[in-house]
Design a protein around this ligand. Sequence first.
Ligand SMILES: [Mg+2]
Length: 233
Amino acid sequence: MQQFTTVFIDIDNTLWWFSRNSELALETTFRLMGCNTWCKSYQVFHDHYEHYNHELWQLYNQGGVKKEVLEVKRFEQALEASNYCCDDVDELATAMNSCYLDQLVKNHHLLPGAVELLQYLHDKGYQINVISNGFKGVQERKLADGGMNRYITHVVLSEDCGITKPRPGIYDYAMKLCGAQPQDIVMIGDDPTTDIAGALAAGWHTIYFNLSGVPCPTAHHTVTSLLEIKNLL
Ligand SMILES: [Mg+2]
């Protein structure tokens, strides 16, 4: 493996166990907002939410929807699809989003080996940076509460530079910020499109963290656990 100086790591579902923390936050939100009084099945609501949230995030990553719209619309669509029929759906969706974001950062599960990997990369002398499309306030709390801040030099968020992964501008912005050239950089992430395809187009080396089971043959390397990365870097 060639010599690299700089590592960029995605946050959600790479360091911070988004899917697990989000499940817990959504279930608590459903209960706290009294949804069990009109919706008999949490699972039904959950499946609708996951569907619409995924659709809206895909649109957001392409710059097709604003953050404020995504946040409320995912709940609004899930409520409607779950047959919620009062006319305060807007209001309830807004309240549910606030409650969900609040609950989300109260759950601190990290992917196994996340901190150990950061410590290892730090000890090996790599400059460690994160790069994420997640929302600023939320991402900063995840890094702080997860004890990861002390390892990280630059936090590159799409909200700060106005361009989401995998669009090229965010990688240019990241390189300018850390003063590195494409050949110096390794990207580690769990998303074949936003992490791997975007980084490849920027000329970066790539390590795909396959959490979902979906293969990504274009990545330079694939790992299924974070600690496998110690064999590569
Ligand atoms: Mg991710």
